[in-house]
Design a protein around this ligand. Structure first.
Ligand code: THU
Length: 139
């Protein structure tokens, strides 16, 4: 999939789930309210939001909170076929590097990731967002 700004209706609907999830954000320190929605290959949609901590460093991003919830709910065989990220701050929010590496464990390489960017909502294939994830396979 090419990096693009236009989007399809399924991704738009996934984005709405992400926006809804952001309403539950626990972000008293940054006030940055993020939501993520994962579409699994089984058809299920799993959402998450950022959960901050007074220690700051223990904060969990929306994307990882969704992923952990998906595994806890549907088990270790899940595969992610699309990701949507939203925030309620009218800001850009591509997934952070840590979340990309964690998503890499369960996501299809070509899965579209839709997120707010400088010039509107942007969609990129996961393997474009993280071209060389840490992996110990010699191939
Ligand atoms: N955050 C996310 O939820 N996802 C990201 O990919 C980047 C940042 C959260 C963490 C923190 O609660 C707030 O946004 C500000 O960094």
């Amino acid at each position: 999939m090419n990096d693009q700004y236009a989007t399809d209706p399924e991704l738009t609907s996934l984005l709405e789930f992400a926006q809804q999830a952001a309403l539950n954000s626990y972000s008293p320190y940054s006030k940055f309210r993020v939501g993520a929605a994962l579409k699994l290959t089984s058809g299920e949609i799993v959402t998450g939001t950022n959960v901050e901590n007074i220690s700051y460093g223990l904060t969990i991003c929306a994307e990882r909170s969704a992923l952990v919830r998906a595994v806890a709910t549907y088990g270790p065989e899940i595969r992610i076929e699309a990701v949507a990220i939203a925030n309620l701050n009218k800001a850009a929010s591509p997934p952070c590097g840590a979340c990309r590496q964690v998503l890499a464990e369960f996501i299809l390489p070509e899965a579209p990731v839709i997120f707010p960017a400088a010039n509107g909502v942007r969609t990129m294939a996961f393997d474009k967002l993280l071209p060389l994830a840490f992996d110990m396979k010699l191939k």
